[in-house]
Design a protein. Structure first.
Length: 266
């Protein structure tokens, strides 16, 4: 079977982690990375790498519950990745991107198929295990989600995106009501990516639900201070729920209550 050697061109926008660790570097990143992607497409509309990276940029806001126009972001990401796959059906990162789009469309079983296709093309590409972990959590299978997150961390223990898998494990543990362990893994994710709004928000809610309300409020303040934060009310969070599965919806209620206790306004 045809395989492609993994590289790093596509991972920058994975699950909202494009933002750097401080505002000044974040502005520089916008100038140095995003503009060349558009320029690359202007030079060559069949530039698969640019198409895939721009699709990540569009879908990232949806996946992290920070989108200001959810449907438009999903539609643009889908258009970009569909173009990439038409040009190169064996572009493993494009299948990864397609899996992420399908996750936002609540087509979780199809997302699993795309993630598995990605792994078939590039078995060492651990980000696909992240897709499988998220899909499993959204399908109400948190134990399976933990297995996929653990597999990613075992295969790439020094991965630059390790905190993504740490968050996915913490998220799945929260679905299982294993709150102390969830907090432990969410703390690791926050430590690895302090400028990532999603990690701060999930940790704030988990802390509040476990009775650690002082730390929860401090964590929420950090969340609200981040440049990337868009979801600033309970209503905005509820409007972007990514799954209708009963297991997930039960967690979503606890998440909303935790954010409320931490101080997020209605």
């Amino acid at each position: 079977m045809h395989q492609q050697k993994p590289d790093q061109w596509h991972v920058r926008f994975f699950l909202g982690i494009a933002r750097s660790r401080n505002t000044q570097r974040g502005r520089a990143y916008q100038s140095e990375e995003i503009t060349p992607l558009h320029a690359g497409l202007q030079r060559d509309e069949r530039n698969v790498k640019a198409l895939v990276n721009l699709s990540f940029k569009s879908i990232n806001q949806v996946l992290t519950i920070q989108s200001q126009d959810r449907e438009a972001d999903i539609r643009r990401a889908d258009e970009l990745v569909s173009r990439a796959l038409t040009i190169d059906p064996n572009a493993y990162a494009a299948h990864h991107a397609k899996a992420l789009v399908l996750l936002t469309q609540k087509r979780f079983e199809e997302a699993i198929v795309e993630a598995e296709r990605c792994l078939a093309l590039s078995p060492s590409f651990v980000n696909a295990y992240g897709d499988l972990s998220i899909a499993s959590s959204y399908l109400g299978r948190p134990q399976k989600a933990i297995e996929y997150a653990d597999r990613a961390m075992r295969r790439s223990p020094r991965d630059p995106l390790l905190y993504v898998f740490q968050l996915q494990k913490g998220f799945a543990l929260a679905l299982l009501h294993q709150d102390e362990q969830a907090i432990e893994w969410l703390r690791r994710a926050v430590s690895g990516a302090p400028q990532w709004p999603l990690a701060q928000a999930l940790l704030a809610a988990a802390l509040a639900e476990s009775g650690q309300e002082t730390e929860a409020r401090d964590t929420l303040k950090r969340y609200l201070s981040l440049n990337g934060t868009r979801g600033r009310t309970i209503t905005q969070w509820k409007a972007q729920l990514p799954s209708d599965n009963p297991v997930f919806l039960s967690y979503a209620e606890r998440l909303a209550e935790g954010l409320r206790k931490a101080g997020l306004p209605e």
